[in-house]
Ligand binder design. Structure first.
Ligand code: GCO
Ligand code: MN
Ligand code: MN
Length: 388
């Protein structure tokens, strides 16, 4: 246990809604009691987390009076001070209250859209008050059950108008804050707009302040859509848009499971951690998951510790992979550079095109070479399972 001790530099964060999750599901009631935000901060301090994130209403109930809100904020602030935890990210709950049953910014009702804007501005203020530098938008209700009800182009335009409005609001208020967009294909709506991280990247390019907006890819969400999460993260990173990440685990083709990080597909988790560590991603590693419904609050701590421990074990495996001479020799062979082709590829020129067209390729001979990926993959498995 001691070797894989989480430290602030690892930037492990949890949401109040994750460790505070009471285990309710569509078929059963809560199995755990309620803890106050301050109590959850102490719990996170005990397990060694770096930060805590919240939705406006995780901290302050939607119908709290200003005086009640002050009292809650004061005990939360004290808990942060006592534990040294920080608040790197905040977000708005735009899905729980019945008013959002047909969406928030994409609702067909202008009153609902205006209320969602007002609620979000107040929530941005609350996030800024606690030092959040990342503001997350997960549009869980921004979708439909029936396409008779809404034009998807209108939905895109409404979403865009809202995001442009909030960028200007953040600039106007001079908050040191970036916005992240979190995609999910479905659940709770039958279909959610901007269903994947790739959609979000394309959408961001159409905003008035694209430089202020990045993505918050979530492992479970992309896996629900049957996609390779690490590839999507890599594309976001390459585009300079990986500002945040939601880690958990998930079986493909199922409802949203929010399993403990690394508990389902350990190999996919390995490639993901290796990617994040190799490129030097320095944002939060946010675990957007929750403990099994079988657990009490001791089990919640086991869950939280497990997420971080698995991440750190995989981080060590990733560095072992990078130092493994047999694996590296294979990679060097696979990636060997041939100077003969370097001169005719790359950026286009008429001369290169001419030279390339004149070349002779022994197609059959080139294709007959075995690539040793079976050996490479088994070495990776050996390493993950501890036999290297
Ligand atoms: C989900 C989402 C949420 C968001 C959270 C922050 O599937 O429920 O992942 O947990 O991340 O609401 O916006
Ligand atoms: Mn999720
Ligand atoms: Mn999430």
């Amino acid at each position: 246990m001691t070797t894989y001790q989480p430290k602030p530099e690892h930037k492990f964060t949890f949401g109040l809604w994750t460790v505070g999750n009471r285990g309710r599901d569509p078929f059963g009631a809560e199995v755990r009691g309620t803890k106050t935000p301050a109590e959850l901060v102490y719990l996170l301090g005990e397990v060694g987390a770096y930060g805590v994130n919240f939705h406006d209403n995780d901290l302050i109930p939607i119908d709290a009076t200003p005086a009640e809100a002050e009292t809650i904020k004061n005990s939360f602030r004290k808990a942060l001070k006592d534990t040294g935890l920080v608040v790197p990210m905040a977000t708005t709950n735009l899905f729980f209250d019945p008013i959002f049953k047909d969406g928030a910014f994409t609702s067909n009702d202008p009153k609902v859209r205006a209320y969602a804007m007002q609620k979000t501005m107040n929530a941005i203020d609350l996030g800024a008050e606690f030092g959040a530098k990342i503001y997350d938008f997960w549009g869980g209700r921004e979708g439909v059950e029936t396409d008779s009800s809404k034009n998807p182009v209108d939905a895109i335009k409404r979403n865009r108008e809202a995001m442009n409005f909030f960028c200007e609001y953040v600039l106007d208020k001079k908050y040191d804050m970036k916005i992240v967009l979190e995609a999910k294909p479905n659940e709770p709506r039958a279909d959610i707009y901007n269903a994947t991280t790739g959609h979000m990247l394309a959408f961001i390019a159409t905003l008035d302040h694209p430089e202020m907006v990045g993505v918050n890819p979530e492992l479970a969400h992309e896996t629900m859509a049957g996609l390779n999460f690490m590839h999507n993260v890599a594309q976001a990173w390459e585009a300079g848009k990986l500002f945040h990440i939601d880690l958990n685990d998930q079986y493909p083709g199922r409802y949203d499971q929010d399993l403990r990080f690394g508990s389902r597909d350990i190999k996919a988790a390995f490639y993901l951690v290796k990617f994040l560590e190799d490129v030097g991603y320095d944002g939060s590693r946010h675990f957007d998951a929750h403990a099994y419904r079988t657990e009490d609050f001791e089990g919640v701590k086991d869950f939280a510790r497990g997420c971080m421990r698995t991440y750190l074990m995989l981080k060590e495996k990733a560095s072992q992979f990078n130092k493994d001479s047999e694996i590296q020799a294979l990679l060097a062979e696979i990636n060997a550079v041939d100077p003969m082709f370097a001169s005719v590829t790359g950026k286009y020129s008429a001369e290169k095109a001419k030279a390339l067209k004149a070349m002779n390729f022994d197609r059959v001979k080139i294709a007959s070479r075995g690539l040793k990926y079976e050996r490479l993959d088994q070495l990776t498995i050996d390493l993950i399972l501890g036999d290297r």
